[in-house]
Write a protein that binds this ligand. Structure first.
Ligand code: KIV
Length: 294
């Protein structure tokens, strides 16, 4: 894997603020393990999110709800080992921060201490605003997430876009503004009509990263498996596939299995040789052992 080009600067919180001020879009992608982190690094993205979408993309759950803190910690630590340059943000999973400020701070501290991530992300406005404020007060940078918030999808009418009416859009704005006031350094806008996004954007000072929120945000985020076409599940309307890797991956594994079954693999070049004369000597030694055995 080729490394990040020499001289590339690490992304910092100040970098993101500067990008917003200069109108330079921020590229964010999810990653869930060491190889996907290395790919994000080599591709030169600005921010990597260990999203709780890992629940579906790598752990096979039906939604983000069941993923545990321990599972997310393991994935985030693996991503950390593969990243140098992008800012690393980890999702706090459902149920790990909502109950109290103490719970939220303690979970966020666990992520920072044990994985080395730079920041955490939490979903929703409402009570999450106070949780964000508490985590920020404990010295941990927080990214907010409004609009379609998958952890609580059932309470917002399912996996549907948010902010389709003016009143709904004002609710999205209220949440985003409150999260900004609570000290969040950035916010994800998920599945929000572009017109609503465009009306809210001039009213926010922190970078907004969109996913299905139109082109008017300060950056975009996509799920690694969606953009590479690896994940064999429902893809939301906002997904753009930049590759279709699932089919070539299946074809490669099937070709390997076929080679094994037809003995075309391995070939001599895939193996090791004994020193000259050692194979004959081994046969003699084994024959001698055979004779001594009942
Ligand atoms: O979990 C995730 O991947 C996310 C992104 C879609 C923003 O939260």
């Amino acid at each position: 894997m080729s490394a990040q080009p020499a001289g590339t600067q690490r992304t910092t919180f100040a970098t993101l603020a500067r990008r917003k001020a200069d109108g330079e879009p921020i590229a964010m992608v999810t990653a869930y393990d060491y190889p996907s982190a290395q790919i994000a690094e080599a591709a030169g993205v600005d921010v990597v999110l260990v999203g709780d979408s890992a629940a579906m993309t790598v752990l096979g759950y039906e939604s983000t709800v069941p993923v545990t803190v321990d599972e997310m910690l393991m994935l985030t630590a693996a991503v950390r080992r593969g990243l140098t340059t992008p800012l690393l943000v980890a999702d706090l999973p459902f149920g790990s921060y909502e109950t109290s400020d103490e719970q939220a701070v303690s979970t966020a501290q666990r992520f920072i201490k044990t994985t080395g991530c730079d920041a955490v992300k939490i979903e929703r406005g409402g009570s999450s605003v106070e949780r964000a404020r508490a985590i920020v007060a404990a010295g941990i940078p927080v990214m907010g997430h409004v609009g379609l918030t998958p952890q609580t999808a059932s309470s917002i009418g399912g996996y549907r876009s948010q902010g389709r009416t003016a009143d709904e859009a004002v609710a999205v704005y209220d949440s985003a503004f409150a999260l900004q006031a609570a000290g969040c350094f950035a916010i994800v806008f998920e599945a929000i009509p572009a017109d609503a996004t465009n009306a809210i954007m001039p009213r926010l000072d922190i970078p907004v990263i969109g996913i299905g929120a139109g082109p008017g945000t300060d950056g975009q985020v996509l799920v690694f498996h969606d953009l590479l076409g690896i994940y064999d599940g429902h893809a939301a309307r906002f997904v753009k596939r930049y590759a279709q890797l699932r089919e070539p991956m299946i074809a490669a594994v099937a070709a390997y299995a076929d080679d094994v079954r037809t003995r075309r693999y391995p070939q001599p070049e895939h193996g090791y040789t004994m020193a000259s004369g050692e194979a004959e000597r081994l046969n003699t030694l084994l024959s001698d052992l055979d004779r001594g055995r009942p």
